[in-house]
Design a protein around this ligand. Structure first.
Ligand code: FES
Length: 253
């Protein structure tokens, strides 16, 4: 059941960013940051057959929180949900980020790619080893990632105009180099151009990197071939069953 639904602001005209909290009594503790759930409101019409995939932001024994952007019919309908509405949830699904206890970890988040990192920080045994770099539109300032800065180092870059992007790319390259040199782990989630920058830098510096892909999904269970990416040998792989989190060396971006 919907516990809370909160509009955070517009990322661009018409594209609302929304935080949704669900009561989920059958939730199995043991979810891992980077995994996702498929969500389909009970009230959706039959022509909206499939659910939608969402990265888990955070969860406890009986609830989970997701973040989404209103970009089409499905997410528009999700935004219309009210407290108490019923929703079908499948999950947790997919692969997840590693959590080495004794190595520095860099979290690179682009826009909505912040979602898995709140849970990552909250479930990590040594948050003092973590650093978050977050490049985002101003609307995401209303997302409670700011509470993370009490626990981890946060470098927060507001992207307000296209001219900001080269500076973000340069900074990401520097950070990947720094973490490669100190044998850190790089974790990343965000839009494809952002991930491609990180993938290129990880190859250049030989960094240990894990990337979470945000491919579109329909079934979430390997049945529709709607989520294909290329593996390290250039062969097709399904993000919903072999991802969404991949070692950079297991991908071709
Ligand atoms: Fe259907 Fe991956 S979403 S195969």
């Amino acid at each position: 059941k919907v516990i809370d639904i909160k509009a955070l602001g517009l990322s661009s005209p018409g594209e609302e960013i929304v935080e949704l909290k669900l009561e989920y009594p059958d939730w199995k503790p043991g979810w891992r940051a980077g995994q996702f759930v498929m969500i389909r409101p009970v009230s959706w019409p039959l022509d909206l057959v499939w659910g939608r995939p969402f990265s888990i932001c955070n969860a406890d024994d009986s609830s989970l929180t997701i973040l989404f952007q209103v970009v089409g019919r499905g997410t528009e309908r999700l935004f219309e949900l009210k407290e108490g509405d019923k929703v079908n949830v499948w999950g947790p699904l997919g692969t997840f980020f590693s959590k080495p206890a004794d190595r520095p970890v860099l979290m690179l988040a682009g826009g909505m790619g912040i979602a898995p990192f709140c849970g990552y920080v909250d479930t990590h045994s040594q948050p003092e080893n973590l650093k978050l770099f977050f490049a985002h539109r101003p609307a995401l300032e209303n997302y409670p990632y700011k509470s993370l800065s009490d626990k981890v180092e946060v470098e927060d870059i507001r992207e307000t105009k296209p001219e900001d992007i080269p500076a973000i790319i340069t900074r990401v390259d520097e950070l990947v180099k720094e973490y490669a040199e100190k044998d850190g782990l790089i974790t990343a989630c965000g839009p494809m151009p952002f991930l491609r920058t990180i993938w290129n830098a990880a190859n250049k510096y030989g960094a240990d990197a894990e990337l979470s892909l945000e491919n579109r999904m329909a079934c979430g269970i390997g049945a529709c071939l709607g989520c294909v990416a290329k593996d390290g040998d250039g062969h097709h792989t399904q993000v919903c069953t072999t991802g969404p989190v991949f070692k950079a060396t297991d991908l071709s971006l």
